[in-house]
Design a protein around this ligand. Sequence first.
Ligand code: URA
Length: 267
Amino acid sequence: MSDIQKQFLDILTDVRAHLEYQRALGVKSIEAGAPNIQIPVVQPAVASLPKEQIILTPGAPPVAKEPEKTVAPSQTGQPLTLESIREEIGDCRRCKLHKGRTNIVFGEGNPKAVIVFVGEGPGFEEDQQGRPFVGAAGQLLTDIIEKGMNIKRAEVYICNIVKCRPPNNRNPEPDEVESCIGFVKQQIRAIHPTVIVTLGNVPTQNLLNTKQGITKLRGVWQEYEGIPVMPTFHPSYLLRSPGEKKWVWVDIKNVLKKLGMQVPTKG
Ligand code: URA
């Protein structure tokens, strides 16, 4: 195959992955110039979920067709959106972690994501940049999403159980989790994803309210507020134990299947 043919094939693969992701989001048609093209594939189970229809214009970000769906009101009575949750966090001093932080790491990604990844808490790089999963473990998570799942990182949502860095990257303590976990729960309620992936013990045990360890729970579908949860290993653990990556790949393939998305053959 010539280079140009390979490039063309790569573009087609990317377009297909992008369309599949949009379909999983509930998008039923895209605008490509004048005609309105129907995405001609049998709808997966997730397509029937209540996500707003989106019009995609080439070169432009997705535009919501209907007004933004508001979910449950927050404690202040405001509509629950990611912006309102961030506002409620403010310049948080609810727990001792605020003393050592440089930045609050709220979370980032698509507010209409069908997949939410939940980690533990910011590390050094995340604290410096105010963004989740941007250090070495973050690079691995990005690879899992982009190379493994064939989805752009910006299309999923990534956040943590605690929003401020625990000293020396220790696990967050129970009082710190208690002060902060309400916010990740609100984020999940605002996004209402089709699937949640919990990374490691801290998000798995705290979201699912269990003391079972990740080694037992990984790979076994759980549920949080009616949303399927796939617990898997934390990328930091994979950096220390690369032999375990194969299990994460098994879990990720199950997530793609649940979403009705194509499972890449590599891995
Ligand atoms: N580890 C986490 O759990 N979260 C991050 O944001 C980065 C590393």
